[in-house]
Each structure stands twice: as C-alpha cells, then as structure tokens.
Design a protein around this ligand. Structure first.
Ligand SMILES: NC(=O)c1ccc[n+]([C@@H]2O[C@H](COP(=O)([O-])OP(=O)(O)OC[C@H]3O[C@@H](n4cnc5c(N)ncnc54)[C@H](OP(=O)(O)O)[C@@H]3O)[C@@H](O)[C@H]2O)c1
Length: 274
C-alpha cells in the first residue's frame, strides 16, 4: 500500500528536499508550510500542500486532520520546521526566546500530539524529529538554539520508550552544517555584531567568522533527505541518525576525548585558531 509522510517546513532546504525524495520513491506526501504560495512541487505526483505554521495550534490541527482525511492515515511524521537564533544570550529579547522555543520545541510538541491519536489507534508510525549536531554538542554564541535542540533530543529519547508499546518508533536525525537558507534568511540574531554598544561584538564577529569557515564542509539538503528516508524506511528501532561527515567527525571526537580537552579544542577552533 502507498505510504504517506507528513513533513513540516517544506518551503526550502531539508524539508523541500525530503518532499522530493519521498515523492520520487512513490510516497504520498503532505508537504506543509507557512505560506503554500512558496510551494515548488507542481511537477510532483502524490504531493499535496497544506498551510501549517507550527506556532499556530489551529493550523496544526487543521493540516493534520485534512491530510489524514485526504490520505487515509499518516505513516511517517517529519518534524523539520525550525530556525536558528544566534548571538549572546544576555541580549536576547523575551520575544526572541519565546519565538525560538515556540517554533523549534513547542511546534514539534503540537504537531506530534495532533498526529499521535491515529498512529496509536493503528499501532504503527514513525516520528522523525530533525534536531542538529547542536542537539548533542554545543558551540559558542548559540545557547538558545542549543537549548531547543538538546531539549528535542531528550524529548525524543524519552518518547521512544513511551511509544514503543504502541508500535510507534521515534527517531532523531541530527544534521551538521547544511547548505540551506538556515544561515541566511532563516537566521535570527540577538545582537548586532557591528554594534558599538554591543559588549559581545568582538566575540560575535570571531565566532561568526569561524562558522563561515566551517560552511565549506556543509552537506547538501538532498544528503540529509536521504538520511531521513533511511530513518523512515529501515524498519529498525534505531533512535539517532547523525547526518553529515562534519557532524559524525565532531561527535566521534567528543566521544573519544575528555570533556575538558574537547571543550578546549572547540574554544580554540572558534577563537580563530582551528
Ligand atoms: N542548515 C543547517 O545547517 C542545519 C543544521 C542542523 C539542523 N538543521 C535543522 O534543519 C531544519 C530545517 O532547516 P533548513 O536547514 O532546511 O533551513 P531553511 O531552508 O531555512 O528551512 C527552514 C524551514 O522551516 C520553516 N519554518 C520556520 N518557522 C516555521 C513555523 N513557525 N512554522 C512552519 N514552518 C516554519 C521555514 O518556512 P518559511 O519559508 O515560512 O520561513 C522553512 O521551510 C531545522 O529544524 C534546522 O534547525 C539545519
């Protein structure tokens, strides 16, 4: 029987690549996005586009209910929508912090709760949360983004146990750097790196330059989509999939090194010495 996947944040990047890959494999795809006019899937069979803002509870309920009605049931949910909030913690506004958690964390909770009742009733389903290498290790000047992705990682691990008795498998795909709109239009800053009154400006500029240098090692979104597809279809109970050579390299180093040595290495790398 044709399988159905429901994906959030599919206007660009990893979400859009995942839509194309699942469609190419003959899946029915519920491609959701804040603004359906951004959809670029008219060439694809089996793809339906739904309006969904993960921070808007009514739109979440509506999109999940409509997709379930249109496709019969959802076999796989991919919680992909998210963005980065970068810069000093001290200067983040309450609104920026709230928005970051509303999107990256509470949005995942809302979509997952909307999809669970029918998955549980059918005793089947795969839930894939797109976290980040930044959900397993931290870099400077990203404290709030890390808080959301570390949070999602722990949430997913606990949910894995809770949903296993119902035949629902929870998975985490943790990409390293990916060449998408993430570091462009999707990036939010808590302070101006050029701001004269910003006490963190110097540190910010050095860290942002280090991230730019690392950008050369970024994966393509199609490579991450392959890992999402593998997680959806490999039939295993594996929880985590680390996606991208950069992410694998850094997490292997972290596993081998003492915490002190690892953190010193990161500090040096982001001070411009690495
Ligand atoms: N790129 C990387 O280096 C990287 C690394 C690790 C993890 N990730 C994670 O990968 C996921 C996808 O990011 P990407 O790299 O593909 O970046 P992207 O090209 O900027 O895509 C982000 C997507 O999330 C959507 N989105 C943002 N806020 C939303 C909301 N409130 N409701 C619904 N959709 C919303 C955006 O929609 P709009 O078009 O409406 O803005 C866009 O479709 C994110 O969770 C990100 O944290 C990315």
């Amino acid at each position: 029987m044709t399988q159905t996947v429901f994906i959030t944040g599919t206007s660009t990047g990893i979400g859009a690549a995942a839509v194309r890959l699942f469609a190419a494999h003959g899946w029915q795809v519920a491609a959701t996005m804040r603004n359906p006019a951004d959809a670029k899937f008219s060439d694809l069979l089996g793809v339906r586009v739904y309006a969904l803002d993960v921070t808007d509870a009514a739109s979440v309920q509506q999109a999940v209910a409509q997709a379930e009605q249109d496709f019969g049931s959802l076999d796989v949910l991919v919680n992909n929508a998210g963005y980065g909030l970068v810069g000093p913690f001290e200067t983040a506004t309450a609104e920026q912090i709230q928005q970051q958690f509303a999107t990256n964390v509470f949005g995942v909770f809302a979509v997952t709760q909307a999809a669970l009742p029918t998955m549980r009733a059918r005793q089947a389903g795969v839930i894939i949360n797109i976290t980040s290498v930044g959900g397993r290790t931290a870099f400077p000047m990203n404290s709030l983004y890390h808080a959301t992705k570390f949070g999602l990682d722990g949430f997913s691990e606990s949910l894995w146990y809770e949903l296993a008795p119902f035949g629902i498998r929870v998975k985490v795909v943790a990409p390293g750097g990916v060449a998408t709109d993430f570091a462009g239009r999707s990036l939010h800053m808590t302070a101006d790196p050029a701001g004269a009154a910003n006490p963190y400006a110097g540190q910010m500029r050095v860290v942002l330059a280090a991230f730019n240098r690392r950008g050369g090692a970024a994966s393509q979104p199609e490579q991450i989509a392959e890992v999402i597809y593998q997680a959806a279809t490999d039939g295993t109970t594996q929880l985590r999939y680390i996606a991208g050579a950069d992410a694998q390299g850094i997490l292997e180093a972290k596993a081998k090194m003492s915490e002190g040595n690892f953190m010193q290495m990161i500090q040096q790398n982001f001070a411009g010495n690495g």
